[in-house]
Structures are given as C-alpha cells and as structure tokens.
Design a protein around this ligand. Structure first.
Ligand code: SF4
Ligand code: SF4
Length: 395
C-alpha cells in the first residue's frame, strides 16, 4: 500500500519529515519509499501502483536490495518505508528490515496486513521494525472487504493492528476515502482510537492510474467532501493528544492544486520493485519518461541529481502559462504532474485541479456529474489488467 509518509512526534517520523520540509535544495531526501513488490492479494480499485504492474521475476533480489539500503544509508537517507504492492509478500522482508537497521535506517512498514500472522509480525519486530501503517478500506467487513476485493480482509487487519500494539510498535491507520466509504469516516476515526493507533492518515483518492479507471465508482460529491472536512476538523480538536491526524484534502473540488510530493524530484523518491528511481509512486503513469534504475552503473546519488526524468519537471523552469507567470508557482509547483498527464495528456500542463487551468471547469464538471450519478461497479486492480466486480458480494 503506497501512501504519503509523514509522522507524529511520538514515533520519531515527524522530526525527519519537518527536516525534509525545510530542505529547499535537491539534496538527498531523508526518507525513501521502497516498493518491494507489486504483488498484492488485495485488489483496491484506487491502487496507486501503475496499470502495468511489474512481475515478480523483475523484482530486485535480496542482495540487490541490501546493496541499495547500504547506498541509501551512506548518502544520508535516514528513513526507509517498505511498501508495495504488499511488502509482506516478500519472504525476505524480515531480513531486509534487519539489514536496514544494521546500516542505521529507521524502518516503517506500509501494509494491507492480510498476509501477516503474529509470528511473522513478531519476527519483524525482533528484526528492528520501528513503525507499522495498516490500510483500512472501511469500518466493517461489508464495505471494507468489497472495496479490497478480498474476503475477511477487515477482520484480519483488526487482528494484526491489535498484535502491532501488543508488540509495542507504533501504529498508523491509513484510511483511503471515496464515495463508497466516506459515510463511515466517523467510525473509522473511532476505530483508530479503539485500536490505540498513534496516528490516522485520511487520504482522499487521487485520480490517476487505477483510480482514474474507477473515477465514476469513487468520486464523492462536493457535499460529501465538505461534510468529511467538517468531521475531520471536529475530530482533530476533540482527539488532541489522543490521535494525530494527517489529512490529504482532495483537490478535484479545490481552487488550487496540492503541492504534490513537495514538488517533483524535490524532497522524495521511491524505488520501484525492479529498481527504477521515481519521483512519486504514480510517476510511471506518465508515458515518454525513462527512469534510471539502481541496476545500471550509476549511483543513486548521481541518478537523483542528474536523471533526465527527475530533472524534467523540477523547480519552475519547465512551466508553461498560466503557471509560468503565477504568484503561486513556488508554493505548489504547478500541482501534480501525473494528474496533469492523466487529464490533459501533457504532464507539462497546469494541473487541472487549478482554477487557472483552461481545462479546470470542463474536467471538474464531468467529475461532479459522475459523482452525482449512480456508482458503477469497481474495476479491481490485478495483474490481469483489471476485473470488473460483479456485485456486492464480490469479495
Ligand atoms: S491493491 Fe490495495 S493494498 Fe494492494 S497495493 Fe494497491 S492499494 Fe495497497
Ligand atoms: S497556475 Fe500553476 S502555479 Fe498558479 S496556482 Fe495554478 S497550478 Fe499553481
């Protein structure tokens, strides 16, 4: 499960994140996302993995990942997020966690949890795992298992979350929200409290890749979004000191786009299962870019500073109008390149989430009309290129 990666003062993540936010150069990021695999037993229709999933035969080997971890630690990275796909599908995960610790990296696991049992989780804790993030698709099995496309997923997740706290590991609940589960938001916040989570990350679906394929099934109405923002603001006040909130506000209905990943190639990179260095987990949805791999003969530091793909949309020099002469260009860096590509066919255009984009009105009227219409069946994410859900009992 790929997700944004900020933290609370209680688990040490936020200290690193604050430092990253302060960085205004293209120095090596302090946190890196390692997508160990695209394999995943779940089939979330909003998955941020690319439509063309990488096969297990292409994945970096254990020894290659160890080399990467050593190199990351050597160049100053402090924190590694093990993600996917489902990272626990890798049999060598505990070995990689142990190794990451040995080279001095703070380790975070971003997981759907369904492949874990208590022994496996304990082995990860013994290997030095520092933090666990578990994704939830709803607050009860009917909705959650249907969204995940996996029977009994919800119960399993609850159990693994309890074991996480029993083993004294800090827990973050990742809640990905859309029109089919937003009505459960108050209960999901309460679920995080009941699970003794330190933090809840409430992320509204971003519409590229699988989520764009499923936009008509996932897009909430403006009224639903307004209500969700009100619920989060109220809960944040009420639960101060109990639960930390990280809320990614949806930008489809906003006037200004989000500062995606802190700006393309600015503060963050992730490594794909086969070793490609990407500025964000969705960057491969943009066609025509060639991303360098850790399997080549270039160092990670060289790739970060010199890669054509990373330099293509760095800073503000690449911008066309209206971004080029806009007062906000250093604030939002033109929004999300993946969304610009998905909705306009050109990643160099202004993100249509911005009201100054000439495409804003047309695209967002279409989205609002989808949101107001009947929800269509999900197209589940899988290696077959997507499967249409056949009904409410699909999971
Ligand atoms: S299918 Fe779901 S759990 Fe699996 S990687 Fe995608 S979003 Fe994460
Ligand atoms: S025009 Fe570009 S820089 Fe200005 S607010 Fe919109 S996206 Fe941001």
């Amino acid at each position: 499960m790929t997700a944004s990666v900020v933290g609370t003062s209680s688990d040490g993540l936020s200290v690193l994140e604050k430092r990253a936010l302060a960085g205004e150069t293209y120095g090596i990021p302090l946190a890196v996302l390692a997508e160990l695999t695209h394999r995943c037993p779940l089939q979330c229709p909003y998955c941020s993995n690319p439509l063309e999933l990488e096969r297990s035969s292409a994945e970096l080997t254990t020894e290659e990942w160890k080399r990467v971890l050593t190199e990351l630690a050597d160049i100053g990275v402090l924190q590694i997020h093990f993600s996917g796909g489902e990272p626990t599908a890798r049999k060598d995960l505990a070995e990689l966690v142990r190794y990451a610790n040995e080279v001095g990296l703070y380790t975070n696991l971003i997981t759907s949890a369904v492949l874990l049992d208590r022994d496996k989780l304990k082995a990860l804790a013994d290997a030095g795992l520092s933090h666990v993030q578990i994704s939830f698709q709803g607050c009860e099995p009917t909705v959650a298992d249907r969204v995940a496309g996996y029977k009994n997923a919800h119960e399993k997740k609850l159990q693994v979350a309890r074991w996480t706290r029993e083993l004294d590991l800090p827990l973050t609940v990742n809640a990905v929200m859309h029109r089919q589960n937003l009505h459960q938001l108050p209960q999901m916040i309460q679920m995080a409290v009941d699970l003794d989570a330190h933090r809840i990350e409430i992320a509204n679906v971003q519409y590229y890749g699988w989520a764009l394929k499923n936009r008509a099934a996932l897009m909430p109405t403006v009224e639903q979004m307004d209500e969700a923002i009100r619920i989060v603001e109220e809960a944040e006040q009420r639960l101060k000191g109990v639960l930390a909130f990280d809320h990614v506000i949806p930008d489809y209905y906003a006037a200004r786009p989000k500062r995606c990943m802190g700006g393309w190639g600015r503060q963050f990179f992730n490594i794909s299962p086969s070793g490609k260095i990407l500025p964000c987990h969705a960057a491969e949805t943009i066609t025509g870019l060639t991303f360098d791999s850790v399997r080549g003969n270039k160092s990670i530091a060289w790739i970060w500073q010199n890669s054509d793909a990373l330099n293509r949309y760095r800073g503000t020099g690449w911008m066309k109008e209206p971004c080029r002469s806009c007062a906000f260009k250093e604030e939002d860096f033109g929004g999300c390149r993946c969304q610009a590509f998905a909705l306009t066919g050109d990643a160099g255009n202004t993100d249509p989430a911005c009201a100054f984009s000439p495409r804003h009105e047309e695209i967002f009227k279409a989205a609002a009309s989808e949101a107001a219409g009947e929800a269509v069946p999900f197209i589940y994410r899988n290696f077959a290129g997507g499967t249409v859900a056949t009904g409410p009992d699909e999971a």
